[in-house]
Write a protein that binds this ligand. Sequence first.
Ligand SMILES: Cc1cc2nc3c(=O)[nH]c(=O)nc-3n(C[C@H](O)[C@H](O)[C@H](O)COP(=O)(O)O)c2cc1C
Ligand code: SF4
Length: 499
Amino acid sequence: MWHPENPIRHDITETRWPTLEEAAASLLFQPVRVGPLELQSRTWVPAMVPWRATADGFVTRENLNWYARFAAGRPGAIVVEATGVRDIPSGPLLRIGHDRFIPGLRELVEVVRRESAGETRLFIQIIDFLSVKRRPDRAKFFERFLKLASRHRRALAEATGDESWLDREETDARMFLKDAPDELIEAVLDERELESLRFGYRERVTDMHLEHIRELPRVLPGIFAEAAARAREAGFDGVELHYAHAYTMASFLSAKNDRADGYGGPRENRVRLPLEVYAAVRERVGDDYVAGVRFLADEAIEGGHRIDDAVYFGKEFARAGFDYLSISKGGKFEDAKQPKVGQAVYPYTGRSGYECMPTVMSDARGPFGRNIPLVAAIKHAVKDEGFQTPVVAAGGINNFEQAEAILRRGEADIIGTARQSLADPDWFLKAKLGRGAEVRRCTYTNYCEGLDQSHKQVTCKLWDRTALDEPGVALSSDGRRRLLAPQWEEEGEGVKGKG
Ligand SMILES: Cc1cc2nc3c(=O)[nH]c(=O)nc-3n(C[C@H](O)[C@H](O)[C@H](O)COP(=O)(O)O)c2cc1C
Ligand code: SF4
């Protein structure tokens, strides 16, 4: 796990929890308008992939139980994990690229309605991503994957001083490169080929030599619009367009996007496709349906966009009519760690990944509310343009005092807590009932994120080994961890009894 040089270990902040009366008078537990609907409180569970879908992208019983468990804590809204908009294989990630996915998703909506007694609004995050291949075995790369061209032969001849490489048998050249030292490989392969060798092949939105990449602006609006229509049909209260982290739409917004077809270069061009996708979604789902967006306040990579672009995007998104802006940070491929042979590069392993899900091994600023100044900059700029569009903050927010202060200062309108909600899905309810002392507090050491990285069912270390012999407890595939947080019992009463 990446952390800054000479990290400082931060303690989980001491906090005072509200009494029942204080909670009732708080902003956090006041309703807030999001487009055409109202959330009962300003509490929000941002998207978290739990690795529980079937291999072909359908909702499982484990998905239903996962969302039911969050719903029992009665947050104002839950955003369902990143769900693929295309009808293509993508491993055990939820998909919404065909009507056959609708029945499972509808069940998910029903479970959340039931478990939250109708209090929690349910949105679904919809995502497009490009191809990422596993890191190849070196021998296979040179024997099979590398497309050997005359430029390689020329470079090889130059690097070795041996002209015979210009017309030697291709197999000879491949066998030679396979065992050649790194300096020679670096002289022969170009930057992308070196990346494919060391990290695995990864497509980019700037690969204009590929027809399907050139065509993205033509095809994506329709694909997102159809996915959004399915979300509506399944009964979700809204869709969240995933324009954050390492994926296709964030790559259009990225400062590294230099497409020359009017969809790259200056930020006015980079925001063009994201706005066209939004327009297609809006057209398809109508004005009376929530369409929100998640995007980055800062890409947190070299050459990436900073807050000034994000402020501009926020204003454009609000002007276009998005119903909420959810702000994240980092989470990019560009600075990810080299994966092991046979594994795919993972976008949360470098500094930008750290900025996305900061841990207690941090710099002087620490992980708590780390993104708030950036969120506030976007919120203020959007407000100054005359838009009321609510802004969702996330990143190391974990207690009532901190959340309430952010709202009171007007830095955000809604408080997203991902890991704290995983650590204790009842934390909102406990705080609201004046029982905050019972909150199981996230320790921000990212055990959960480690599981996510290795595509294992995500659980929390604070509860996944407790009461494993409880009757009916569901266990992970390796049988060693429970899949859901234990029920919160109050004097023997299940939490569902509380109105
Ligand atoms: C296991 C895990 C899975 C995540 N999956 C997603 C996702 O599907 N989409 C997304 O936008 N963010 C995802 N995130 C990022 C969170 O939504 C959130 O932005 C981040 O964890 C910082 O908030 P926190 O400090 O409250 O955890 C994930 C985070 C975790 C820990
Ligand atoms: S495993 Fe649990 S305690 Fe650790 S960071 Fe994740 S949610 Fe927090």
